[in-house]
Design a protein around this ligand. Structure first.
Ligand code: ADE
Length: 224
């Protein structure tokens, strides 16, 4: 899988890819992530990428030309399965969507800033619009990092234990069951006895039951 990220602030995006699972995914070559500074595609002397909105109003709008030029440069090199604009009014990202995107080969992420991009970018150049939740960030970079984390960890071979992504919360519309580790007793707080019994089928049954109870209590909407 290859993800190309077009951004005004590449430095904002680097650190999530420098530790833990994402770092290993990049080192192993299973995933590639490339950052592209939108300013380098500006034809203006001052490397301008935004301008005042037609019709007036507060805030600046990201111009179509540098975005189009950056997309053209990438599309010339390979075919892309999805060109995604991160925006608070996009479709909310969830586990089902992350599963889908993890099966694609080449993805472009476009990070917005200021008031957003010229509508013609959305109408003609983008294939998907994604939000990470009903709140507004200063820009799309952190949303892009969250998108990459949720998707790349699902690419086969990225997680050491192949089955562990399948037991994540939301994978089967259930929240994950509670988990514990040593010590079995800390202060007066004990681990449920079944977990230390060695009875694997009973443990599985207990986990299924707890996942269901937890979902009923915390996210009943997932069961509807
Ligand atoms: N850009 C600003 N806010 C965002 C959000 N909630 N999701 C995706 N991109 C964004």
């Amino acid at each position: 899988m290859r993800i190309d990220i077009i951004t005004l602030f590449p430095e904002l995006l680097k650190s999530p890819f420098e530790v833990s699972i994402l770092k290993r995914a990049l080192e192993s070559g299973i995933a590639q992530v490339h950052f592209h500074d939108l300013r380098t595609y500006s034809t203006h002397k001052q490397k301008q990428v935004d301008d005042y909105p037609f019709g007036g109003g507060a805030g600046m709008v990201m111009m179509i030309e540098p975005i189009d030029r950056s997309l053209e440069a990438l599309k010339k090199k390979r075919d892309y399965d999805a060109i995604i604009y991160l925006t608070p009014d996009g479709k909310t990202l969830n586990q089902k969507a992350a599963n889908h995107y993890s099966t694609l080969n080449n993805i472009i992420l476009l990070c917005g800033h200021y008031k957003g991009v010229d509508q013609r970018v959305r109408d003609h150049l983008i294939t998907h619009e994604i939000s990470i939740g009903d709140f507004v960030l200063s820009g799309g970079e952190l949303a892009a990092a969250i998108f990459c984390d949720s998707v790349i960890r699902l690419v086969p071979g990225v997680l050491g234990d192949e089955s562990s992504a399948l037991t994540d919360s939301f994978q089967d519309n259930l929240l994950a069951p509670p988990i514990y580790t040593r010590p079995a007793k800390y202060k007066e707080w004990e681990v449920p006895e079944i977990l230390t019994s060695g009875n694997t089928p009973k443990v599985e049954e207990w986990r299924d039951q707890k996942a269901l109870e937890r979902t009923q209590k915390l996210r009943p909407d997932l069961l509807e």
